[in-house]
Design a protein around this ligand. Sequence first.
Ligand code: IMP
Ligand code: MG
Length: 181
Amino acid sequence: MKEVTYNGLTFEPYILREEIDKRVKELGCEINRDCKGKRPLFVCVLTGAFPFASDLFREIEGDAEIAFIRLKSYEGTASTGTIRQVMGLSEEIEGRTVIVVEDIVDTGVTIKNLVDQLREKNPSEIKVATLLFKPESLRTDVHPDYVGFSIPPKFIIGFGLDLNGLARNLNDIYVLKEQAD
Ligand code: IMP
Ligand code: MG
């Protein structure tokens, strides 16, 4: 497989589509086991999670629903920095099992923020499924329940993950190549 270049940066193949497919099926089995009879609501966080959510959702047996949200960033007051507000969740989640589907958990700030906001709507439980997880970058107390791949803190693209909006359509996951000195 070939390297790819975006914005002058070179990326090399890292996780192949076949491995992704296999792992998504395994996660589907785990969720099916945990959510039997619960009619879970999957909440796909746009934009990056859409390929993963699409594949994972179709592994789910029995009744399940899916909704899509976008996180709107805006500048908060002085010290709070960037706050992300949930846009587009019209479904009633009170008393339900909610499975948030993310592309990647890096520092965990995004997912923590989202889980805190969803918790205010009183679901019976919230689980987090993420295709990728960078445990060494984590600096919040939210730990994903279903993880596709734990990876070192390197920059990756493909299968939904972007560099300035590009590369989401790659079928495999690529990692930024180390620059030779
Ligand atoms: P966090 O809030 O630091 O956990 O990061 C959340 C967001 O940063 C993710 O949803 C991605 O949009 C983006 N991100 C983090 N790491 C990467 C990466 O390696 N490639 C592309 N986007 C990333
Ligand atoms: Mg994301």
